[in-house]
Design a binder for this molecule. Structure first.
Ligand code: MG
Length: 307
C-alpha cells in the first residue's frame, strides 16, 4: 500500500498488486521504485515512473486521485449499477454451482475450461447453456490451456451457440494461432494473459486484433490512460480483477462508475472472497457493483491495519 500526503495535509492511498508471472514488476522491484521516490516528490517525478512498472503507476495515480477527491463519482453516476460476472468452476461442478448463482441474481457467467479432458468438457457445454435462461451471458476462459486442434474443436462448437466470448484459447506464445482462430471462426475471442499491460494491448490492436481485451487495471498503469485508450480506439474492453484488495477494487470501481465506455461488458470481478477478511475483501460481492459498495471500504482503516 502507498500513502501520499500533499502540502495541504490531504491523504490518499493506493495499492500495488503485482502478478510477476503475468509479466508485471515483482514486489521487490515495486518497492525499490517507491523507495527511489523518497520522502518527498513532485507530481512530475511520479509521472516519470517508467511504463513497465504498471502496478506502481496504477497505485500512484490512485493515491493522487484519492487525495484530491477527483475520483469521486458525481451524483448522477451514483445510480449506476455495474453487472459482475460470476466465476463458475471447471468440470461437472459447474452444474452444481449454477443454480445458486442464478438465484443470487447474476446475469453474466464465466466458465473455466481447458482443465479436464476436452471431450468431457465439450459434452458439458450444452448442459451449461441449457441451465442458463435466455437473458444470461456465458463466457468461456481456457487460460491458454488449449492447443490449436482443441481450440478449433471448441470454436466450431461455440460458433452455433450463444457464447459471449472465448477467452485466451491458446497460450500467449502462439500469437499466429490466436490470430488464425480469430480469422477462421465467427466466435468472439478475448485476450487476457496476452495483454498484461496497455503496451501489449496497443500492439495487438495495431496488428489488427478486433476481439475483446480483458484488462486488469491494477496492472495496467493509471486508470486515466486506460480510459483514454478505450475512448480513442473504441477497444472492446472487459475490466478484470488482479486479485487486488478492496482498496484497489474501490479505486477501479469509483473510476468505472464515471466511464460507461469501460463497462459495456460485465465486470470480471467474480474472484470471490480471496483474503478471508472482510476488511481486505470489502463488502460481500453480489451480482452488481454500485457506489454503495464503496461506502463499505475504509482505506484509512486498511492502512492502519498494516502499520
Ligand atoms: Mg482469463
Amino acid at each position: 500500500m502507498l500513502r501520499l500526503e500533499d502540502g495541504a495535509g490531504r491523504v490518499g492511498y493506493g495499492e500495488v498488486a503485482p502478478i510477476p508471472w503475468f509479466g508485471t514488476e515483482t514486489p521487490a522491484e515495486a518497492e525499490a521504485v517507491c523507495r527511489e521516490l523518497g520522502d518527498r516528490c513532485s507530481a512530475e517525478v511520479i509521472a516519470a515512473v517508467p511504463e513497465r512498472f504498471g502496478c506502481v503507476r496504477f497505485a500512484l495515480a490512485e493515491a493522487q486521485a484519492d487525495l484530491t477527491g477527483s475520483g469521486d463519482p458525481a451524483l448522477p453516476q451514483l445510480n449506476r449499477r455495474l453487472p459482475v460476472t460470476a466465476l463458475l468452476p471447471a468440470g461437472r461442478a459447474v452444474l452444481e454451482m449454477l443454480p445458486a448463482r442464478l438465484e443470487a441474481g447474476f446475469l453474466s457467467f464465466k466458465w473455466k475450461v481447458g482443465v479436464g479432458e476436452a471431450a468431457d468438457e465439450l459434452a458439458l457445454l450444452d448442459d451449461v447453456l441449457a441451465a442458463l435462461p435466455a437473458y444470461a451471458k456465458l463466457r468461456l476462459d481456457a487460460n491458454g490451456a488449449w492447443d490449436r486442434r482443441t481450440a478449433a474443436k471448441w470454436l466450431a462448437r461455440c460458433a452455433e451457440r450463444p457464447v459471449e466470448f472465448v477467452e485466451q484459447p491458446l497460450p500467449v506464445a502462439d500469437e499466429d494461432g490466436l490470430r488464425g482462430l480469430a480469422a477462421d471462426f465467427p466466435v468472439t475471442l478475448a485476450l487476457d494473459e496476452s495483454v498484461a499491460d496497455l503496451a501489449a494491448a496497443r500492439r495487438w490492436q495495431a496488428e489488427g486484433w478486433r476481439g475483446v481485451f480483458v484488462m486488469k487495471p491494477a496492472l495496467a498503469g493509471p486508470l486515466e490512460q486506460l480510459a483514454e485508450w478505450v475512448a480513442v480506439t473504441k477497444a472492446d474492453l472487459v475490466l478484470s480483477s488482479a486479485i487486488e484488495t478492496a482498496l484497489g477494487r474501490a479505486a477501479i470501481l469509483r473510476f468505472a462508475l464515471t466511464r460507461p465506455e469501460l463497462t459495456k461488458r460485465a465486470l470480471g470481478f467474480g474472484v470471490g472472497e480471496v483474503f478471508g477478511d472482510r476488511r481486505w475483501d470489502g463488502p460481500m460481492l453480489g451480482p452488481v457493483l454500485d457506489a454503495g459498495w464503496l461506502t463499505g471500504v475504509n482505506t484509512e482503516a486498511l492502512w492502519n491495519a498494516l502499520s
